[in-house]
Design a binder for this molecule. Sequence first.
Ligand code: ASP
Length: 292
Amino acid sequence: MNKSKTFALVVHGGAGARPNRDYTAALKKLHEILEGIGAELESGAAALDAVTRAVTIMEDSALYTAGRGSAPNSDGFVELDASIMEGSAQNAGAIAAVRAVKNPVLAARAVLEKTDHVLLAGRGAESFLRGANIDFIDDPDSYFQRAEPDDGRVHGTVGAVARDTHGNLAAATSTGGIFRKLAGRVGDSPIPGAGVWADKNIAVSCTGHGEYFLRTAAAHNIAALKQYKDLSLKDAMDTFLTTQLKPLGGDGGAIAVDEHNNIAANFTGFGMKYGYITNQLQPTTNLQDAYV
Ligand code: ASP
């Protein structure tokens, strides 16, 4: 295997940021993740493990609309979606509309590693996950922070993409979805090709109004623009946002890394909480400027 010291990690804590909100804690947490997991990647950690760890920390923090910070649906309870995908063999695992699982990204990884399936949903997913020793919350009412619509976490899916020193790419996305979504509603986050994608050339995690990301096959569309039109990573992402997402009226953004260790992050609207580290770039977080 071709080993080099080249690595990259990009994380997001969701698009849909709004003016006059204080995102200091959310950005600080991203910075800590970049420092900690960046060091692990530098020491040779696998991209799949890096994105798993990054998303697990964000889920546990209650600072984003994922894991503990998830918002309730129209029936007043939390339903969680998550996905993980690795680029070398295009293996993926995902869960959708699962209740009371502590770390949805670990549940998605269990589907990837312990089943022949890609996506498990609802009650069947829950019974598989209990058998796979995935942690569940005993008292969802006190565990979940139940974000209210005006507290700045309404839109706050989390995601991570990484390239490791072995050249492997991986992506993960986790969400509690959109505030007051209908019970049973599943967004783009657990769908490979929409909210997540990884192959040998690119890893992508999306965030935004999921219906538009489903309708545009967002994550794979970015991959296809790069691959088949021979666009740079940044141009592929920008082309997708400006020519496909925006004209439909969709809002949101994406992060990505490619096989050459290029990174990209861009969004429509006011802002997206995100950050990056590479073997050449110090940990950096941002809210309002796209990474170029
Ligand atoms: N894409 C997520 C969903 O629609 C929400 C988000 O990214 O904030 O479920």
